[in-house]
Design a protein around this ligand. Sequence first.
Ligand SMILES: Cc1cc2nc3c(=O)[nH]c(=O)nc-3n(C[C@H](O)[C@H](O)[C@H](O)COP(=O)(O)OP(=O)(O)OC[C@H]3O[C@@H](n4cnc5c(N)ncnc54)[C@H](O)[C@@H]3O)c2cc1C
Length: 288
Amino acid sequence: MIPAAFEYLRPKTIPEAVALLQQHGDDAKILSGGQSLIPMMKLRLARPAVLIDINRIAGLSYIKEDGGFLKIGGLTREAELEASPVLSKYPLLLDTAHVIADPQVRNMATVGGNLAHGDPANDHPATMMALGAQIVATGSKGERVIPIDEFFVTLFTTALKHDEILTEIRIPIPPAKSGGAYVKLERKVGDFGTAAVAVQLTLDGGGAIQKIGIALTNAGPTPIRAKKAEDALRGKKPDAAAIAQAAQLASDDAQPGADLRGPVAYKKGLAKELTKRALAIALQRAGK
Ligand SMILES: Cc1cc2nc3c(=O)[nH]c(=O)nc-3n(C[C@H](O)[C@H](O)[C@H](O)COP(=O)(O)OP(=O)(O)OC[C@H]3O[C@@H](n4cnc5c(N)ncnc54)[C@H](O)[C@@H]3O)c2cc1C
């Protein structure tokens, strides 16, 4: 299909892009990798009158550790994330980058676009939730930092204002004895997950779980933080019984809908099984 007609603008700086967003209001959409927006425009599910292409803005693509955070520029491509040597310290992010779509899509798609799209079937939202990330939004009033738990409002809706650009993602650098894992079940390679689970945890000196984040992909209108499962595991030695209980609690928190990928009971069962598997891998990586 062919998209409806639109005006195409290509700012070279963030202030210029923000001014254009203000000028065109709800008629405008930011274009990053175009891997979600262009298909939606072709299907005419999105009909922006103005496309503001931010790809020519310099300095928005980087992956670096700085000031206690891993900082990822909003325009960083998935393929760059996957190839970054820094990522070996962030197995949860690396697992995620490997299973997003296919290499062709990953060459174009950006991490910022993956989050800003607000699609609960996308993989980075749950990952960033488990990692306790912060989102940096830049608009007419400068920068503001949004905790990831406040970022996803509802289906395809985030806390970004219409004149704000997602410019950076900040992930706290995990301490020693930390591990993470992302486990996704997809119908075929390159597909969105039928369900997926992100786990990030830190063990204390005695082997108990000191810090934990668990989040579910494609299990509701937003990525879902499995709070009850986190609470059940925090402070505990993760034996088989504790893991089984946490997996059940994560499944209880899942609110998937039935669709072509399967009925609700199947998806809730998946959330349980994938939580168990992600916890086992994360614990192994944390050095248990
Ligand atoms: C064949 C195929 C398979 C896919 N499979 C997966 C998958 O398995 N897992 C997965 O997670 N995703 C998947 N996707 C979706 C896609 O990869 C992601 O949504 C993508 O990362 C979006 O990033 P983008 O840079 O292409 O965003 P765009 O398509 O350019 O933009 C998406 C939305 O975000 C807004 N936006 C983009 N960047 C910013 C910014 N910096 N600040 C504010 N708003 C912004 C745009 O205005 C638009 O509304 C798939 C896509 C395709 C085509």
